[in-house]
Design a protein around this ligand. Structure first.
Ligand code: SAM
Length: 267
């Protein structure tokens, strides 16, 4: 995969040289280049922002440096059968679509991703309209809060996407049993010693009974998700659950109707 990041603070992206993503770059699994937006300006002061039309606080990023930068990094990848596939332009924005694990999986299939890091009040809206001729444009939010710039959002998204690329994470099994991989939160995990400061590891994990361990872990996923993220259970397919799992949900206060979980009014 090829990733291009455009930012006025290229040094903000230095952590992408570390750990698994840094190693993936060294190993040639990921070709990641960070570009300085100011290199695409033409004035002496390397200006990237100006006052907003209509008034109001803050500054807005000027369109021309963005068009120059994005034009320089836009490639087209063959999608097979002579068809050309546009690269995906991800524009971090609190007003974007919420970035999720499912979207990370989708984006991990792409040939080229370009990230446009906004600053100030954001990028002139016409850049996104213009870019749609050259890219599949996806404004993307990390969550319902406001950051100072897109760089932190890019660090998070590149890490989430990059670790899904083949060969990046040593044991691909660890990607399967993770929070959000099956629409639920992960079960709690423990390591040695088995007894620590008066707290024991749940006995089932020491039993050697793999069936019982798998069932305990699934039920812990249900309990944790019901407690912390009940919204995730609305989309959970409970239609084919074994009886013990149905009982686990009943104990948590959920009925199953037409394969969907419904929280009981008295729960
Ligand atoms: N005025 C903008 C608004 O209210 O939508 C916020 C601009 S914010 C101060 C500057 C930049 O930070 C944005 O252009 C975007 O690149 C980034 N940013 C802020 N919050 C974000 C979030 N929740 N997710 C992704 N990017 C974010």
């Amino acid at each position: 995969m090829r990733i291009d990041v455009v930012s006025i603070f290229p040094e903000y992206l230095a952590p992408l040289e570390l750990s698994l993503i840094g190693k993936a770059r060294q190993d040639g699994l990921l070709k990641l280049t960070v570009h300085d937006l100011r290199d695409f300006t033409t004035d002496r002061h390397r200006t990237v922002d100006d006052t907003p039309y209509g008034g109001g606080a803050g500054m807005v990023m000027k369109p021309e440096p963005w068009a120059q930068a994005l034009g320089a990094v836009a490639g087209t990848a063959a999608a097979g059968e002579g068809e050309l596939r546009k690269p995906v332009l991800i524009v971090p924005s609190p007003a974007g679509e919420r970035f999720t694990q499912a979207i990370a999986h989708e984006l991990a299939e792409e040939e080229q991703l370009v990230f446009a890091c906004g600053r100030y009040e954001g990028i002139d809206e016409r850049v996104l309209e213009w870019a749609a001729d050259h890219f599949t444009v996806r404004p993307m939010s990390l969550g319902d809060y406001v950051l100072n710039g897109g760089e932190v959002a890019v660090l998070a998204m590149v890490e989430a996407i990059g670790r899904l690329l083949p060969g990046v994470v040593g044991n691909p099994e660890s990607l399967v049993e993770e929070s959000h991989s099956d629409g639920l939160l992960e079960y709690p995990v423990y390591t040695k010693p088995s007894s620590w400061r008066g707290r024991d590891v749940p006995a089932v994990l020491l039993s050697g009974n793999h069936g019982k361990i798998a069932q305990w872990r699934r039920h812990e996923q249900y309990r944790r998700t019901a407690e912390r993220r009940p919204d995730l259970l609305e989309a959970f397919d409970a239609g084919t659950l074994p009886r013990a799992d149905r009982t686990a949900f009943a104990d948590l206060g959920y009925d199953i109707e037409d394969g969907r979980l419904r929280r009981r009014a008295d729960a």
